[in-house]
Design a protein around this ligand. Structure first.
Ligand code: GDP
Length: 457
């Protein structure tokens, strides 16, 4: 890029240190004007740090005592010459230094412009840039790990692998188009169909991994489900260790659902507390009951809570029926009042779900519950740690489009359409995938993506 950009890269507010970052051809020229290093050595070495003062060159006023890191092109975040000024922190000083840089030839960076330069200069592709945003915004350890995999380019190389396979099919087809005098169409059709089938399978696998990716990114949607007074709100409170939900012994007071995120050993759980499930005349509550049934259907995990101190009721049976075919953990609550309830336990054992006894009130048994959750999701969903997992909605949509185009091509080959017609959706599939890594993403898409970054990144 022609111009040199500057931004405050640390979060707004007072911190231990603050970083003002410069990138572009004039970075070193600007720093030479505004920075007086203690060690006057002229040579600028990459990956080196100098200690000294930032001054206002207009009046030689010392602004702050700083460390300046030097990155010499192409070995920098953006691949351009870069400097990072580590100040003592504090918005006033950071703003002052920013303004001095602006007065001495730098331009204010747009959000995400440093990363955009890394992309435009070819150091990272679009999918890697998006992984950087995901890493910054990640809510759990697992999500951060997936983002780092994306950042390292694992998704990109998977996409490249599929693109190569598609190109391979295209080459086969072009042979037929270019040398129609040879009677090789029949063989090529079968071969193309076989290869397209293989490509479709790879795309499908990637598309499916999004569901797993969603659990990592959005958290495991967990519904606490149970009849009124079973202790749903108390359990939620015990888990959250604070009084965010309404706890009351008047039946049906938890009318709206409440959402909270928690982290268990690197898994992110999105907890939803719902209104008690029961037949009711009350209009507002009816909505709550319907809603909780719907939540149960959409949940990744149901924590079904039963009251050991009360008899097994029709509502309990209804809940047992609902969770039968779902990923669920049965929680028998109020062990502090009653430790066993043979009838309830026998009836619930029939649906073959893990059973944990707790006291939500006394906060007992919660560790066993957490362990069970970790066990369920480590075994079922996260065991293929080395697989590429799609966590980004845009990537999933591009993969789906590519898959649909491959299907179109397969139909067209099956229907013995002229082979150059079949090649149209194949080419389109290549373009769909190219939009993931940014090979042929439109400027609008690129701008849209980088807008999501924060200033100074
Ligand atoms: P919800 O309607 O399912 O949300 O139930 P709540 O969490 O509001 O609890 C209903 C009543 O049961 C409240 O009076 C709670 O204090 C009480 N409760 C909840 N869990 C326990 C428990 O483990 N032991 C005892 N003794 N009481 C509990």
């Amino acid at each position: 890029m022609e111009n040199t950009i500057v931004a405050i890269s640390t979060a707004a507010g007072n911190g231990g240190i603050g970083i003002v970052r410069l990138s572009g051809p004039k970075s070193f020229e600007i720093i030479n004007k505004i920075f007086i290093p203690k060690n006057k050595e002229k040579e600028i070495k990459g990956y080196s740090i100098k200690y000294g003062n930032i001054i206002n060159p207009e009046n030689n006023e010392i602004i702050d005592e700083v460390l300046v890191s030097y990155f010499v092109s192409p070995k920098s975040y953006t691949t351009e010459n870069m400097c990072e000024i580590n100040t003592h922190g504090g918005m006033t000083v950071e703003r002052k230094i920013l303004n001095i840089c602006l007065k001495n030839g730098a331009e204010l960076a747009e959000p995400g412009e440093f990363t955009k330069r890394a992309f435009l200069n070819g150091r990272i592709d679009l999918a890697q840039a998006e992984s950087i945003i995901d890493l910054i915004n990640s809510k759990s350890d697992k999500e951060a790990k997936e983002s780092v995999k994306g950042l390292k380019g694992e998704l990109s190389s998977k996409i490249n692998e599929i693109e190569n396979k598609i190109t391979d099919v295209m080459v086969n087809i072009e042979v037929v188009v270019d040398y129609p005098e040879y009677d090789i169409e029949e063989i090529t059709n079968n071969e193309a169909l076989y290869k397209l089938q293989e490509i479709k399978k790879l795309l499908e696998e990637l598309e499916k991994s999004f569901d797993r990716g969603k659990l990592i990114r959005d958290g495991i949607k967990t519904v606490i489900f149970g009849k009124p007074n079973a202790g749903k709100s108390s359990l939620l409170n015990a888990i959250l260790n604070e009084d965010r939900a309404i706890v009351s012994d008047i039946e049906g007071t938890t009318r709206d659902s409440i959402e909270e995120y928690i982290n268990i050993e690197g898994l992110s759980l999105k907890l939803i507390d719902t209104a008690g499930i029961r037949q009711t005349e009350n209009k507002i509550e009816q909505i709550g009951v319907e809603k909780s049934k719907r939540f149960a259907n959409e949940a990744d995990l149901i924590i079904a809570i039963f009251d050991l101190s009360s008899d097994f009721s029709k509502e309990d049976q209804e809940i047992a029926d609902i969770i039968k075919d779902k990923q669920a953990i049965i929680v028998l609550n109020k062990v502090d009042i009653k430790q066993d309830n043979n009838e309830t336990e026998e009836l619930l054992q029939k649906i073959e779900k893990p059973i944990i006894k707790v006291s939500a009130l006394k906060k007992e048994g919660l560790n066993e519950l957490y362990q069970k959750i970790v066990e369920l999701f480590s075994l079922n969903n996260f065991c293929n740690g080395n697989d590429v997992v799609i966590t980004n909605e845009r990537h999933k949509n591009q993969i789906r489009k590519a898959k649909e185009n491959i299907e179109k091509a397969m139909d067209s080959v099956k229907n013995n359409m002229p082979i150059d017609i079949s090649s149209i959706p194949i080419k389109q599939a290549l373009e769909d995938l190219g939009e993931i890594t940014g090979k042929n993403a439109s400027e609008d898409i690129i701008n849209e993506i980088f807008k999501k970054f924060c200033l100074g990144k």
